[in-house]
Design a protein around this ligand. Structure first.
Ligand SMILES: *Cc1c(COP(=O)(O)O)cnc(C)c1O
Length: 453
């Protein structure tokens, strides 16, 4: 059994990010204020630097990557693409399986691809501090890393349950010099309000975002950084798909199907958008976002305008949502526990260009353990979702005898998630289908607003 590891030279780190907006069949639904008016760049200026706002609203197809950002990308990019020969053999499938490994970054996931860019643009705009939120700690550690590279102070509001359960992610952030605050906290009005109503709150991403945004909006030396969902984050992540296209060209291959785990949609967009133009041009390629059954945003959520946070401080975005007051069940893929999804991914899903499936938790760990035994790398619980869907497809190929080419993003390694693997091994993990009543209840709390004609 040989190993196929497809590498690119450093000079082939992309020089431009790809902006899918230029090639979408319809323009993206605009962001709105709660009164239904369009969000203007000035309104976003309180928490974002000008270059990021420009990217957020840009329709330009190719956006240059600053040399300072490419220089830091060189620490781990280009990321390797592997052919999973050993997994194919273990499954006995005629399908070919490729995976792009983003766990080679210092923080262990794809998230630094955007964190580094965001830190750079904030530094260039004269900002001194960044606030952000983190769930499982992957985004927090990425922005802590990026902050240390550019000499920015970083304060991370970390969802309380993860703060207690994931002490090592917290230590990583502290190693890179960030301050980590369990959320909800008494430091912000949003946090104080939640604590008054629910003193024992476990926190949620929606609450932590409210706290980070509130603080950034109240200080001129401080901006906010978001780890997924927004257009500019997906833009930065397109280095994943751009490199992968080149790597597949090197071996003369092209995917029939691409799978990626979907939380806020940044690695979905990052991997799939560079292939989307081919699909729009008639190429037969299927793009599948994979989410947990316990947080089924795309597969069971409402397509509607909603807030990105719990307190309602963010603009309204048209997206698939479980409701901004969604309290996620304590599943072990912390990075997938967000109530909403990228507006771009949501719209492309709504228009049928991207598909979505949901998978139950225990089956994702089963897939992750199979993958680790075959390929060696221990995947992040989030990545296990894409692995599950890929394995299911490879097994369908075995039934039908089809030799499809499958590709997935291995978005991160699971070295800081071994407590979750322990729970799987000891039989303590549970499957949790998000209840229909909760979905219906969420609909009632959606903000009442419609887009201007
Ligand atoms: C955050 C995270 C995800 C989910 O976030 P997206 O923005 O949907 O990509 C997936 N995998 C890993 C390893 C993560 O850290």
């Amino acid at each position: 059994m040989h190993t196929t590891k497809i590498l690119l030279a450093e000079s082939e780190i992309p020089t431009h990010w790809y902006n899918v907006v230029a090639d979408m069949p319809n323009p993206p639904a605009p962001y709105l204020a709660p009164n239904g008016e369009l969000i203007t760049p000035e309104m976003m200026g309180a928490i974002f630097p000008p270059a990021i706002i420009e990217q957020e609203m840009s329709q330009q197809r190719w956006i240059p990557i600053p040399e300072e950002v490419r220089e830091i990308y060189r620490l781990w990019r280009p990321a390797p693409l592997f052919r999973a020969h050993r997994l194919e053999q273990m499954l006995g499938t005629p399908a070919k399986i490729y995976y792009k490994y983003e766990g080679v970054s210092p923080a262990g996931s794809h998230k630094p691809n955007s964190a580094v860019a965001q830190a750079y643009y904030n530094k260039a705009a004269g900002i001194r501090r960044l606030t952000t939120e983190t769930g499982a700690g992957q985004w927090g550690s990425s922005i802590a890393l990026a902050g240390s590279m550019f000499g920015l102070e970083v304060r991370v509001y970390m969802v309380k349950i993860s703060y207690d359960q994931k002490p090592f992610r917290r230590s990583m952030m502290q190693t890179w010099g960030a301050e980590v605050i369990p959320s909800p906290s008494p430091l912000t009005a949003s946090g104080r309000q939640i604590l008054a109503e629910h003193p024992d709150s476990n926190g949620s991403l929606g609450i932590a975002i409210s706290e980070a945004v509130e603080e950034a909006a109240s200080r001129t030396d401080t901006n906010y950084a978001l780890g997924s969902v927004l257009n500019h984050v997906l833009l930065h992540q397109t280095v994943i798909g751009l490199e992968t296209r080149k790597q597949l060209e090197q071996v003369g291959d092209y995917p029939d199907m691409i799978f990626a785990p979907c939380g806020g949609g940044s690695n979905v967009g990052g991997m799939m958008f560079p292939f989307l133009a081919d699909k729009a041009a008639g190429k037969n390629i299927r793009l599948v976002a994979v989410e947990p059954g316990s947080c089924p945003t795309l597969t069971r959520g409402h397509y509607a305008y909603d807030y990105g946070d719990t307190a309602g401080l963010t603009p309204l975005m048209k997206m698939y949502t479980l409701g901004h007051d969604f309290m996620p069940p304590g599943i072990h893929a912390g990075g997938l526990r967000y109530h909403g999804d990228s507006a771009l991914v949501s719209q492309l899903y709504h228009e049928g260009l991207i598909e979505a499936v949901s998978v139950p938790q225990i089956a994702t760990f089963e897939a992750g353990v199979m993958f680790a035994k075959a390929e060696g790398i221990i995947p992040a619980p989030e990545s296990n979702h894409a692995i599950r869907a890929t394995i299911d497809e490879a097994l369908r190929c075995k039934e039908s005898g089809e030799a499809k080419t499958l590709l997935f993003t291995l978005s991160g390694h699971g070295h800081f998630d071994m407590a979750s693997y322990d729970k799987y091994f000891s039989g303590e993990l549970e499957d949790f289908e998000y209840p229909k009543e909760a979905l219906d209840a969420a609909l009632l709390n959606l903000p009442k607003v419609s887009a201007p004609a």
